[in-house]
Design a protein around this ligand. Structure first.
Ligand SMILES: Nc1ncnc2c1ncn2[C@@H]1O[C@H](COP(=O)(O)OP(=O)(O)OP(=O)(O)O)[C@@H](O)[C@H]1O
Length: 253
């Protein structure tokens, strides 16, 4: 029997870009060490919502947020320490965004900015992170080579290793496989499956099969609202809202 614990609690969340309301009264509990998928048509607010979870929208002008988001019971918008939040709640983007430096230096980058200089400690973090991202065996003999010489799929797993190196508790993923071929996509999906033993994962995906394959919970977004939020199996077999059913059966629009 598994106990469900809420890792992130979202209460009455509204978000406005200027006068345009992009998120409307969102209420959701994201469970610890589960994969939560966010699905819905283009422009419905999935990425905006994902970015609220580690305050990435703070970087955008004219954004106004109302309501509450608690991580481990703490209101993240009341805390001053955004750096600490983004360490705890890491993010992987749609396209691999590695720095033009070696594989080793990419993964060691975050720990170094946190003041870790000891070579042995860094070696250990780099190895553990690459193992955690299921790419150690592929790159262990070329750690000093440029990360940009790797394939797109490998680069995305290095991005995940770079996130893991910061020892987060939550990993946000914004369409992490949309730029990848099917084989690389399968590898990243397998990796997500294994990561949930240790991390809480929230993933935006356009691919409903992917949501069905990798996630435990799914939220269906439509024009800034969460129409339905339930465990993934229920959502894909017996959706309660007609709009969810239309979307997942491709009758939408
Ligand atoms: N920086 C921004 N400034 C103003 N409006 C924005 C900004 N980013 C997004 N929006 C608007 O907010 C709404 C939600 O966009 P968002 O990118 O979150 O949707 P999405 O579901 O992730 O879409 P997609 O699947 O196409 O990535 C859209 O109407 C979009 O135009």
């Amino acid at each position: 029997m598994s106990l469900n614990n809420t890792k992130i609690s979202i209460k009455n969340l509204d978000l406005y870009y200027g006068n345009n309301q992009a998120l409307k009264k969102i209420n959701m509990n994201i469970e610890e060490r589960k994969v939560t998928a966010l699905i819905g048509p283009s422009g419905c607010g999935k990425s905006t919502f994902l970015r609220t979870l580690n305050r990435m929208n703070d970087l955008i002008d004219n954004v106004r947020i109302e309501g509450q988001i608690e991580v481990d019971g703490e209101d993240i918008y009341k805390s001053e320490d955004v750096i600490k939040l983004r360490t705890k709640v890491g993010m992987v983007f749609q396209k691999p965004n590695l720095f033009p430096m070696s594989i080793y230096d990419n993964v060691a980058y975050g720990p170094r900015t946190h003041g870790i200089k000891d070579r042995k400690v860094l070696d250990k973090i780099v190895e553990e992170s690459l193992r955690g991202a299921a790419i150690w065996d592929e790159v262990k003999d070329r750690l000093k080579s440029s990360a940009l010489g790797l394939s797109g799929g490998q680069q995305q797993r290095i991005c995940i290793a770079r996130t893991i190196a910061m020892k987060p508790e939550v990993i946000l993923m914004d369409e992490p496989t949309s730029a990848l071929d099917p084989i690389s996509t399968a590898k990243v999906e397998e990796l997500i499956e294994s990561l949930k033993d240790e991390y809480t994962i929230v993933i935006v995906t356009h691919n409903m099969q992917q949501a069905a394959r990798v996630s435990d919970q799914t939220a269906f977004f439509l024009t800034g609202e969460v129409v339905e939020f339930s465990d993934t199996k229920t959502m894909f077999t017996t959706p309660t809202d007609k709009r969810t059913e239309d979307y997942i059966t491709g009758r939408f629009g």
